[in-house]
Design a protein around this ligand. Structure first.
Ligand SMILES: Nc1ncnc2c1ncn2[C@@H]1O[C@H](COP(=O)(O)OP(=O)(O)OP(=O)(O)O)[C@@H](O)[C@H]1O
Ligand SMILES: [Mg+2]
Length: 280
């Protein structure tokens, strides 16, 4: 394993001697055009560098976890990928394009937090309808058909009983479930999830990851997931980036979660650091 270098990638799970099942790989990912590419990304706020020379290269079909301590720039990096945060230097490409607005319809996003004014007027149903192309027919023409089509997502996320509630009156966990359902409704090719299940209870968390697994397999969905839940990362991610202003380590979950790498990601001092691909 190296740093700042595209990648000796994961071997297929059946060749992995570590004894754990990881998310399945799609094709020969190392050769494919990456879905997400960040090249020497730099962001500073008020003169303080937050992202420094960040490089990501995420092939289609990966479930990639982004870990790192509070304030390490994870949300800033996701927002840069979405074009919501301008890079001071470097470049982001999605699906090979640096024209980010033109590909945003293929991207789903669950933000870390969303504060809504309590007078925000939409119901959950109306909010979810914003994500659907055929919103008008959902409401006024063939109400059952479209609602039926999306019902499995709503049921699975426990959102169905909330449909008529004002979205601004939901609890934190309920709102998070609605945002997750929202992100899945248009079957995106790329999902960016910033601590998506923080505040969601464990049945909700489990059904969320099961659903991600199903969509991932069906559509070769690519997922970038920020999480502090390392056991979840270990179970579900095929590749992990550890961020602390710089990408201080990347690799398979078991590579990154060895003690040295984690110290590197979560420690105070970040220095250039190399460790070697263990005997796979
Ligand atoms: N718009 C902004 N203006 C000024 N500083 C900002 C802005 N956004 C983020 N920061 C600062 O940049 C640093 C990184 O923030 P960021 O939210 O990316 O961290 P994070 O890794 O997502 O943290 P957490 O795990 O707490 O969510 C923090 O010090 C934060 O205060
Ligand atoms: Mg964050």
């Amino acid at each position: 394993m190296k740093f700042f270098d595209p990648l000796p990638r994961l071997k297929p799970a059946e060749e992995c001697s570590c004894g754990h099942q990881h998310a399945p790989r799609v094709g020969d990912a190392s050769q494919a055009m990456p879905v997400v590419e960040v090249i020497q990304g730099e962001v500073a706020f008020n003169g303080t560098p937050i992202l420094r020379g960040v490089n990501l290269r995420i092939p289609r079909g990966e479930i990639v976890a982004l870990i790192g301590p509070n304030g390490s720039g994870k949300t800033t990096l996701l927002r840069s990928i979405l074009g919501l945060q301008r890079l001071d230097a470097g470049e982001v490409r999605l699906f090979g394009s640096s024209d980010l607005p033109s590909v945003m319809s293929r991207v789903g996003y669950v933000p870390q937090k969303l504060s809504l004014d309590r007078s925000f007027p939409l119901s959950v149903r109306e909010f979810l309808a914003l994500r659907l192309k055929k919103t008008r027919s959902w409401f006024w023409q063939t109400p059952r058909t479209i609602e039926d089509a999306i019902r499995p997502t709503l049921v699975e996320m426990g959102v169905e009983p909330l449909l008529d509630k004002p979205i601004a009156r939901l609890s934190g966990g309920q709102l998070q479930r609605v945002l997750i359902a929202f992100s899945l409704l248009q079957e995106p090719d790329l999902l960016l999830l910033d601590e998506p299940t923080a505040g969601v209870d464990s049945p909700g968390e489990q059904s969320f990851y099961e659903m991600i697994g199903r969509v991932h397999q069906l559509h070769q969905l690519t997922v970038v997931l920020v999480s502090h839940d390392l056991s979840m990362v270990y179970r579900h991610a095929s590749w992990v980036y550890a961020l602390n202003g710089v990408i201080c380590c990347e690799g398979t979950p078991e590579q990154v979660m060895n003690a040295d790498s984690l110290k590197q990601a979560y420690g105070i001092h970040v220095a250039p650091y190399h460790h070697h691909h263990h005997a796979h």
